[in-house]
Design a protein around this ligand. Sequence first.
Ligand SMILES: [Zn+2]
Length: 269
Amino acid sequence: MQRVNAERRITALTPTMAALMQVEAPAGAADQPLAEVLRAGRRSFDGAPVRRVLAFLPDAVGVRVWQMYPDVLNPVLAHAPLRVPLRAVMPPKTPVCYASVFTGALPDYHGIRVYERPVLTCDTLFDALIRAGRRPAIVAVPNCSMSLIFREREMDYFPEPDDDAVTRRVEELLEADSHDFIAAYCGAADKEQHRTAPQGPPFEAAVRDVVRRFVHLAEVFERCVGARRALVFAPDHGGHLNPETGKGDHGLDIPEDMEGYHCFGFGAP
Ligand SMILES: [Zn+2]
C-alpha cells in the first residue's frame, strides 16, 4: 500500500467545523483548524458562517480502500472535492476514533482508550453547537458507537434499525431543513470487512453501497438545503487483512489502519 503520510489527525475535524460554523470549539479541541478547508469554506461564503452541515461517517473507509477501489470512491469527490489526508488515533477502533473526531482531542482527554462505549461526559462538538444555539442530530443504527457515546445531550438522536432507515431519516431531516449539523453513520464497509475480508467482491459491494448512500444524501442536501452548506465525508479509521483469521481487522499502528481521508464540499453562499 502506498502511504499518504498524513501528518494531521482526525482530531482536526472538530476545530475546523467549529471555525466554519463560527461557534467556539469544545474545551479539549487543541488542533489548529485545517487551513485549506477554512480557506475553501470562506471563499465559498465570503466569510459568512456555514449554516448547515451534513457529516457522513463511513466506518473503516481508510486509505487502503481508496487505493483498491478508486473508481468506486471517486464519486465522493464529485460532491466533496477537497480531500485531506488525516491520521486516526491509537488504537484505531470506532469509539476511540469518533470520540476523538468529535471532541477534537486525544484518547487521554476523552478517556476511551480501548473498545468501550461509555457516554462521554467531556465537552464535544455537539455540546459546543448546543451552547451556540445550533441544533445537532445523530442518525445511526442502535448499539453502534456513534449512537451511544454522545447521548444525554439536549439534542435529537435518531436510532434507526438499519442503513436504509438511516438513509431515509437523514433524507427526511434534510428535506425539513430542521437541523444545523447532522451526523449520519454508515457502518456497511466495517461490518463486511469483519464478516468476510477487507477486499474481494462482498467488501467491494459494501463500499459501493456506502458511496451510493453518500452520493444520494449529498444530492438531497444540495437540493433541499439552500445556503452555506458544508458536506463532510469523515471515516474513523481504516483496516487491514489479518492473515491469521483471513478477515478484516483494525487496531494497529500501521498505515492501513491509521491513514484515511476526510473530504469536504461547500455549496452556495
Ligand atoms: Zn470503525
